[in-house]
Design a protein around this ligand. Structure first.
Ligand SMILES: *Cc1c(COP(=O)(O)O)cnc(C)c1O
Length: 425
């Protein structure tokens, strides 16, 4: 190499090094550094259903380009930066897990909410003037979807464990038997992970004399773990009688950005209007769609496979069972549904809730042993609860001595309420 060529090469290296340094500088803002610090310092979450056992940093090379799966996933696209082949395969994988026997249509959504909205939209197209039945334990997005579609909604009761009251469904549906019924079954309710049985939903509609119907399974959290379970489980999939199923991708599958999937067996996506601008039918709720999420869902499904997904779910269930038992041993009445990763427990004392924020409704909280929750995290949580409880017992004893028995020995620290009695369904 001549001296001149060597100089040019050295100069080029230096420029490319500077460019890379410049790229690093993008994240070198105090606000971004503070955000990264805050995320790293955050204790592991046990209150919300996001699996945290995946390592998605390897996807970095895919961040260099916009991946946009605009329009129908079955079609191509004028825009070349898409991953619709991955999307179709991911949806096909889910269709097999959910035992779709008829032709199906499906796509990767922005989350469980879009999945339910799309499913109800498809159902309304097929059954105009239908009444939408949901249980009182349904996710808040179901009421919103019903309202957005300007449909009539009826709230059906649920039992103490969160499962739909099928007799109440039959009664409510009978009142509207002259109209088609759309029923949203919860496959893992938000608070207790209760699962509505689609077979019993159909039986209730039969009893009510409702002929035309669509059953949507809102399976945001529990759809995949139940689908891969190899023992008796509640009926919820296509072969069991569901007409559409939606899941979230950032819950059990652990994709590190909100996303999901929806599948229907009655949607003629190919009849959606063809859009010349994108060269794809407009069959999806949103136009531009997240192609990176499609690749990530595809990767998770293929990386684990049915067996690996089952193992992850079983580990979660075992940890949940163990946690519920240890809570009860501490005198904190906890319970779980047999196949759930969720443990339901009385609202925590304030001092513990501050460290371990758990969603709470009507005096009951839950924690979720998602894949990625470590046994050591549960140990730390139980240790904090135990410490708070013994402090409160000591405090109560002290007060009892001081005030000659005025204090209630069951009072929990920081909360006015005593431990609620367990309602184990
Ligand atoms: C999380 C959840 C949803 C909403 O899903 P997003 O992905 O947050 O939009 C809907 N239904 C149930 C039962 C859920 O658990």
């Amino acid at each position: 190499m001549t001296r001149r060529a060597a100089l040019v090469t050295a100069l080029q290296r230096r420029i490319s090094g500077l460019r890379q340094a410049g790229r690093r500088d993008v994240l070198d803002h105090p606000r971004i550094r503070a955000l990264i610090r805050r995320l790293r310092a955050a204790p592991p979450s046990i209150g919300f259903p996001a699996a945290a056992d995946g390592d998605f940093l390897a996807f970095a090379p895919l961040l260099g380009k916009l991946l946009n799966n605009v329009g129908d996933p079955m079609s191509g696209s004028l825009y070349p930066g898409h991953s619709k082949d991955f999307e179709r395969e991911a949806v096909a994988y889910l269709a097999e897990l959910f035992r779709a026997r008829q032709p199906y249509a499906g796509y990767i959504t922005s989350g469980g909410t879009e999945g339910t909205l799309h499913a109800l939209h498809v159902a309304r197209t097929r059954l105009p003037d239908a009444v939408v039945f949901r249980s009182q334990a349904a996710h808040y997005s179901v009421e919103k979807a019903t309202r957005l579609l300007a449909m009539d909604g009826v709230v059906v009761g649920a039992d103490a464990g969160g499962q739909m009251d099928y007799e109440d469904l039959a009664r409510c549906a009978a009142r509207h038997r002259d109209r088609p019924a759309i029923v949203v079954a919860n496959v893992g309710t938000t608070m207790t992970e209760a699962v509505d049985d689609v077979g019993r939903v159909h039986a209730a509609l039969d009893a009510a004399g409702v002929p035309a119907r669509h059953v949507h399974a809102d399976a945001a959290l529990a759809g995949v773990p139940l689908a891969v379970f190899d023992g008796p489980r509640p009926a919820f999939d296509f072969t069991d009688g569901a007409d559409s199923i939606s899941i979230s991708g950032h819950k059990f599958l652990g994709v590190p950005m909100p996303c999901g999937a929806v599948l229907t067996t009655c949607h003629r996506a190919d009849r959606a209007p063809m859009i010349a601008y994108t060269a794809a039918p407009d069959s999806t709720l949103t136009g531009s769609r997240n192609g990176l999420a499609a690749v990530m869902i595809w990767t998770v499904l293929h990386h684990y496979g049915r067996r690996g997904l089952h193992q992850r779910a079983q580990q979660s269930r075992n940890l949940a069972e163990d946690t519920a038992r240890r809570l009860r041993e501490l005198g904190w009445p906890a319970w779980r549904h047999p196949l759930a990763m969720t443990v339901v427990l009385p609202q925590l004392p304030d001092a513990v809730a501050e460290r371990w924020p758990l969603p709470t409704e009507d005096g009951w909280s839950h924690l979720i042993c998602m894949p990625g929750v470590r046994p050591s995290t549960i140990d730390a949580f139980l240790g904090d609860l135990q410490a708070a409880l013994s402090a409160s017992t000591a405090h109560a004893r002290h007060r009892t001595r001081g005030r000659r028995g005025n204090a209630s020995p069951t009072a929990t620290p920081g909360t006015a309420t005593a431990v609620p009695t367990a309602r184990i369904p």
